[in-house]
Design a protein around this ligand. Structure first.
Ligand code: NAD
Length: 411
């Protein structure tokens, strides 16, 4: 089958409409929820040697029905408006699903983050913040890290925001712990992915201890997911990133490889072709890199019994359908990687209260709330006799549509 590139936003909206039909929501409400509230496109001139290179930057605010918009900012060469819309909308469904008082947004800059020096990266995020400050703020729209950005980038963003608007550390999350960040936030997405993996295996009565796992992507999400999987007793047998992939049937010691910047640098272990990770015969596959990693052209190589979506939209809708038809259980992104925004919520509340939690408290709250979210989605899948993705959309679309209608649209 050919891999036909579809609109990423169109794919999310297909699920929103399906949930709307199941819940019998008014077509006009679904129409509103399949559009974005505000889209800002900016140009970012960047000094390069003796010349200037102009980058495209974005902030898309999908919904504020349930609270201030919330979502990461991505630096990647493939960033485009359709992708940012899709990711902004996924944030709305994610925050509703885990029941935190946020809406959804996403930002990005179309640039290969690895091609930027630190000074250039700082210049890009400061310019992005200056151009968008009028739509940002701790009760308007709160950015966070995503692909190609990290805690340091968020520190620059916060500093630029403070210069323009005064002291408001809750204006951004995912900051360094030394600079109003929260202990536990950095690991929260990956740890949440690992918790959801355990909850899924237990629900389907598969032994957790020794269950084999392959993880695509060794960035923030993949790295911490691998570490937590090992901590919870699973056996991580394969890891990949853009530079390479490694395999050890006895399990990779994650602690010893954790601090390598690239997988290709790791010695004393078998290296395998990057793409072959997807076809390994493992219990659990965790795609934690790019969107559309499993699509119409390669879904047929998958042998895992469970796929836990660490990345956003790593599986196309056609591939999702085919894989489920083969009996593979797929835990959707809006549930599986929601530990990140849950952690961001904890950081935001701590900043607003000017009170810091211990790492223990952070982890305990995260663990409890992730378990609760999984249990709600699983119960909804039984109630509506459907798969976990559709069940997750039924819960979140129902909540957002309800808030949207209660607020009223008349002025
Ligand atoms: P990151 O930039 O820290 O890491 C991305 C990783 O993917 C890198 O290791 C990179 O080398 C690897 N990669 C890129 N192309 C690859 C390929 N073709 N094959 C194998 N590996 C490849 O990004 P991140 O923050 O870990 O985000 C990863 C995914 O998780 C994204 O979809 C992001 O939207 C999603 N996500 C991130 C967070 C967060 O808190 N960071 C939260 C929720 C969802």
């Amino acid at each position: 089958m050919q891999n036909v590139a579809k609109s990423a936003f169109g794919e999310v909206n297909e699920k929103v409409r399906e949930a709307g039909d199941i819940l019998n929501i008014k077509p006009g409400v679904i129409d509103a929820l399949t559009h974005c509230e505000r889209e800002v496109v900016i140009s970012i001139p960047l000094r390069k040697d003796s010349d200037i290179r102009v980058l495209s930057g974005y902030r898309v605010q999908h919904s504020s029905a349930r609270g201030p918009r919330k979502g990461g900012i991505r630096f990647h060469q493939d960033v485009n408006l359709d992708e940012v819309r899709a990711l902004a909308s996924l944030m709305t469904w994610k925050t509703a699903l885990i029941d935190v008082p946020f809406g959804g947004a996403k930002g990005g800059v179309a640039v290969d983050s690895t091609s930027l020096t630190n000074i250039e990266k700082e210049e890009v995020i400061r310019r992005w913040t200056r151009s968008l400050v009028h739509v940002l703020g701790h009760h308007r729209d709160i950015p966070a890290p995503d692909m190609g950005t990290d805690a340091r980038t968020m520190a620059w963003l916060m500093d630029e925001f403070h210069r323009l608007e005064g002291f408001q550390p809750a204006c951004v999350t995912g900051k360094p712990v030394e600079l109003f960040g929260a202990l536990g936030r950095e690991e929260a997405t990956g740890r949440g992915v690992a918790q959801i993996t355990v909850a899924t295996l237990e629900q389907y009565e598969v032994k957790v201890k020794g269950a084999t796992v392959a993880i695509q992507g060794f960035g923030n999400v993949g790295r911490f997911a691998a570490l937590a999987c090992q901590e919870f007793g699973l056996k991580v047998v394969a890891l990949s990133d853009v530079s390479g992939a490694i395999f050890d049937k006895n399990g990779i010691d994650i602690k010893s490889v954790f601090h390598h910047k690239f997988i290709s640098e790791i010695n004393d272990v078998d290296h395998i072709p990057v793409d072959s990770l997807l076809s390994l015969d493992v219990d659990v596959l965790i795609p934690a890199a790019l969107g559309n990693a499993i699509n119409d052209s390669n879904y047929n190589v998958i042998q895992a019994d469970f796929i836990i979506e660490g990345a956003n939209q790593p599986i196309s809708l056609v591939a999702d359908l085919e894989l489920r038809a083969q009996g593979i259980v797929i835990v959707p992104d809006i549930l599986a990687n929601s530990g990140g925004v849950m952690g961001s919520y904890f950081e935001w509340t701590q900043n607003i209260q000017e009170y810091s939690w211990s790492l223990d408290k952070f982890r305990k709250e995260l663990d409890q709330r992730m378990e609760k979210a999984f249990s709600h989605v699983f119960k909804a899948s039984r109630k509506y006799n459907t798969d976990l993705r559709t069940a997750a959309f039924i819960l979140s679309v129902g909540r957002v549509a309800n808030a949207f209608e209660m607020r009223g649209v008349l002025v």
